[in-house]
Design a protein. Structure first.
Ligand code: DAH
Length: 339
């Protein structure tokens, strides 16, 4: 029996030594230690061994089993180590390879222009406020001196949601909302989206942006309006820019004006950019109408103020000499990344 066991042991260890992979090792384990394995068969045959020899034989079998298991484990560990080393070699990372470039986003011309305008007015002590894009007829028209059937309603062809609710056609309703709050004095700008039922072309879009301005205080005059907007134009377009105020009509201001700036392309001589006029219109403005102040709960005998409305796209187009507004909305990265 002893020889038999030693023979098994020597043969199995040799097989293990020459085995080539984990699968082969497993086959060997099954063939020796498995249910139908050689050693298992010997254990099963113990009943034929004389009772006095059984402990001795049992011990021998166990020793053999342990020895084989140890060698199996060692070999298995060796195979696994080799496999891991192979994997590490295959998956090696070359840290000297150039990194993938991360594309960093870029401000939209509208955003850049808005930030410019905000910076200028914040510098003059203004606060930036916002109002709703879905507005009532009351704030968009009525409170601004534009009653039903007023021709100004026609000029701003509107998207109605119901008879009384609409997409605001201008940022001017924010004026009424701020005045109503009753905190005086007021010095705000209110940028935001506005909507008009306009056909898309090079200078029109059904959705665009305005920046509203409003100042209400004691003793505010037209001189304050002119000084402020002149300073704004110079900071935005350059110190050499000249401004010109032309009388105009807006229902919510009296007197009203439009401000032109001298063409910064030709300096006022006249060119294609300013359509040979030498001047470019950039905003509407005026002294807040006493009736609007009253409707919004402010005493026009005590307070006066001025307001203005700038088209944001217009500023962006002028600033970057873009000749078609549609380019601002196409989101073509090749176009946008130029600014
Ligand atoms: N809301 C006017 C428009 O959309 C622009 C405007 C003109 C705003 C004069 C003003 C203003 O605040 O005083 O055409």
């Amino acid at each position: 029996m002893k020889e038999k066991l030693e023979q098994i042991r020597a043969e199995v260890i040799k097989k293990i030594d020459t085995s080539e992979n984990l699968d082969a090792l497993n086959d060997i384990r099954v063939s020796v230690l498995g249910k139908k394995g050689e050693l298992t068969a010997i254990l099963k045959g113990m009943k034929d061994v004389a009772p006095e020899d059984r402990p001795k034989v049992g011990q021998l079998v166990n020793e053999t089993r342990e020895a084989i298991e140890n060698v199996l484990e060692e070999k298995k560990a060796a195979f696994e180590k080799a496999k891991r080393e192979m994997q590490l070699k295959e998956e090696v990372i070359d840290v000297t390879l150039p990194a993938k470039k991360i594309k960093i986003g870029h401000g939209h011309p509208n955003t850049i222009a808005l930030e410019d305008v905000e910076r200028i007015f914040i510098g003059m002590g203004y606060e930036v406020v916002e109002g709703p894009e879905i507005e009532t007829d009351y704030y968009n028209f009525e409170a601004l001196n534009i009653p039903a059937n007023h021709p100004a309603k026609d000029e701003q062809d509107t998207f109605y949601i119901t008879k009384d609710i609409l997409l605001r056609t201008q940022t001017s309703p924010v004026q009424a909302r701020i005045m109503e709050q009753g905190k005086l004095p007021i010095r705000v700008i209110a940028p935001g989206r506005v909507f008009r039922s306009d056909e898309v072309d090079a200078t029109h879009s059904p959705c665009f942006h305005q920046i509203e301005g409003l100042v209400i205080d004691k003793d505010v005059t037209m001189a304050d309006l002119k000084g402020t907007l002149e300073q704004f134009a110079k900071e935005l377009f350059g110190e050499d820019i000249k401004t010109k105020f032309r009388p105009h009509h807006f229902p919510f201001t009296e007197p009203s004006a439009e401000m032109d700036v001298s063409c910064f392309k030709c300096g006022g001589k006249g060119c294609r950019f300013c359509k040979n006029e030498g001047w470019i219109e950039i905003l509407g403005c005026g002294m807040v109408h006493p009736h609007v102040l009253e409707v919004c709960g402010i005493d026009p005998n005590e307070y006066t103020g001025f307001a203005f409305g700038v088209g944001l796209e217009r500023i962006a187009l002028l600033k970057y000499e873009i000749d078609d507004m549609r380019l601002l909305y196409e989101n073509d990265e090749r176009f946008l990344s130029q600014f």
